[in-house]
Write a new protein. Structure first.
Length: 333
């Protein structure tokens, strides 16, 4: 049975190994940076709430080996570290003389100082894909948000990865960002972890017409990469929608939803555990302090939930304990 739990300092080596499959701002492959993020994650689980402070979760396989991870940033965006993006605007231009209508996509740099909760850093080792474990990695985060709702913002943001070049670079950055900053994509991506002012200082302020870019660059703007399409499907089922905004570095689309309308947040409930095998419906079941979540067949009866003994053991929980239950099937209310 797979288990999702909050990460600890002992997971450093495993997280660095996983990060090499992705290597993004939220999940750097640098051991020193990852060690620092794990220390901040521990503080966040204890109740600290600093801007852009991530909470890391890891997925254990039945043998206890870490095979995946994901994270939550409780508060992203502040006057000290604003959230920066491109709005994607549709603009029609018509010439009466030529009798021609053109529809353009326009990028407009925007900045928000209002915090929102961000989810990201989701990666699963290839050998464990295709078993529904990505769903556990993603949805269990919403279960945690439901348990500690007061720690999180009114909206949740997910920045999805777009297609990249074979060398791991971004076509949009090559066409735009590099020309205005003099930095390559990876250098700018890492610099933005602690410094974001250079984007506002150096990027063009006026509207940018996508038609000026080549076809390859045009294609990636607001497009979800092949390896991220499964995540997009899961987020849509949870109520997330494309916000007509993209990442200014790589053009990846921003998906968002009001926190209280996210399906797994809305349907999560607290129930008293009964240790009994059940042929009921599939759900995520979680114990708190520390947070641990598994996928199991359960039977809900009022404020009680029947949970198989092996699932309780994996959660290190006991009968009579209050557990969180998040239904996975649409017809459970």
């Amino acid at each position: 049975m797979y288990l999702l739990r909050q990460a600890t300092s002992s997971d450093l080596e495993a997280l660095v190994r996983l990060a090499k499959l992705l290597d993004t701002i939220n999940l750097p492959a640098d051991p020193d940076a990852m060690d620092r993020l794990l220390a901040e994650s521990h503080e966040a689980f204890e109740g600290a709430s600093q801007p852009d402070q991530a909470m890391f979760f890891v997925l254990e396989d039945p043998k206890g080996e870490v095979c995946g991870c994901s994270n939550i940033i409780a508060h992203h965006g502040s006057p000290e570290a604003p959230h920066t993006y491109f709005d994607v605007i549709e603009e029609d231009r018509y010439s009466r003389d030529l009798e021609r209508l053109f529809s353009h996509l326009v990028l407009r740099l925007g900045t928000s100082f209002h915090p929102r909760t961000e989810i990201g850093g989701l990666i699963l080792e290839p050998s464990h894909r295709g078993k529904g474990m990505a769903s556990l990695l993603s949805r269990a985060r919403f279960q945690y948000i439901a348990a500690y709702r007061e720690r999180f913002c009114e909206r949740i943001l997910a920045e999805l990865l777009p297609p990249f070049d074979d060398d791991g670079s971004s076509p949009l950055w090559k066409a735009l960002g590099r020309r205005f900053t003099g930095l390559d994509y990876r250098e700018a991506d890492r610099l933005s972890i602690n410094q974001k002012e250079f984007i506002e200082d150096l990027f063009p302020r006026g509207d940018i017409y996508v038609s000026l870019f080549d076809e390859e660059t045009h294609r990636v703007i607001g497009t979800v990469g092949d390896e991220t399409k499964g995540v997009e499907v899961m987020l849509r089922r949870e109520g997330f929608r494309y916000q007509r905004r993209i990442d200014p570095f790589d053009g990846g689309p921003h998906y968002g939803a009001p926190t209280d309308r996210v399906r797994s947040v809305r349907l999560t409930r607290s129930c008293r555990a009964i240790a009994r095998a059940s042929g009921g419906r599939s759900a995520l079941v979680a114990a708190l302090e520390p947070f641990r979540s598994v996928r199991s067949q359960v039977e809900l009866t009022g404020l009680q939930v029947c949970v198989p003994p092996d699932a309780l053991a994996r959660l290190q929980a006991s009968e009579g304990q209050d557990l969180l239950v998040t239904p996975l099937e649409e017809n459970i209310s």
